[in-house]
Design a protein around this ligand. Sequence first.
Ligand code: ZN
Length: 281
Amino acid sequence: MPTRLVNLEGRAQLLIDGRCVDVQKRSAGAHGTDPMDALQNWAAFCDWAQQQRSTPEDPVVAPERLGPPVPAPRQIFGVGLNYRDHAEEAGIAIPAEPMIFTKFPSCIAGPHTDIPLTGNRVDWEVELVVVIGRGGRGIVEERALEHVAGFTVGQDISDRRRQFGDNPPQFSLGKSSAAFGPIGPAVTTLDALEDPNDLRLTCAINGESMQDGRTSDMIFGVSQLVAYLSRYCELWPGDLIFTGTPSGVGSVRDRRRYLAAGDRIESEIEGLGRLDNRCVE
Ligand code: ZN
């Protein structure tokens, strides 16, 4: 049975049949309340989680009460221009190697957190986010998925003015303001997915479809990214990789469009769930 780890008001929970099973209580303290602890010992955690079932006493999940399932990653990697159609719409050549930047961990937010806008050029990017389970260096591509705890949905919110305002550009700062990294709703193990390499991902603003792509269109796939990053950086449990966005972001549309206060951003990936964030002043 797949494991779905969520964060209910700061406590780790298993999401089973739409109910939240409290990890610490159900395990009588064998597993802690912090979702990061589960990721630290992911294989053992999943062995235990697979044996759990929900009961009528477990509360039905209230999505707006969920926090980020990975609240405190030590490292967050972002990948720029990782979809051919997005590189084309941005007018930039297809990169020969993954183009890596960071989102600083203080930008992480929950699947329903409000996003304070930092100006009038803030943009959306729905992305598949990889959650690292077992860390390491020099991970080979063939075994990379063994190091992946699961996937979650992410929004790589980007202030284009900050991102491109300097030369060379400031990707990391432009993408790291408060709540610029909503993730969730769950860390879902790959056995929940029919084909983990081909998932539909969509983003709608106020109900209007803006992005509609498939992760099979990534230039560098998940295994390649894990192997590439681990050549340079040690990967640690709970690290996140924002794997890039398909076409349809606001800054390169025929009629440019940016986020405004009151806008609702719905981001969804097949089999993983959805984020529902609102923009505020
Ligand atoms: Zn991005």
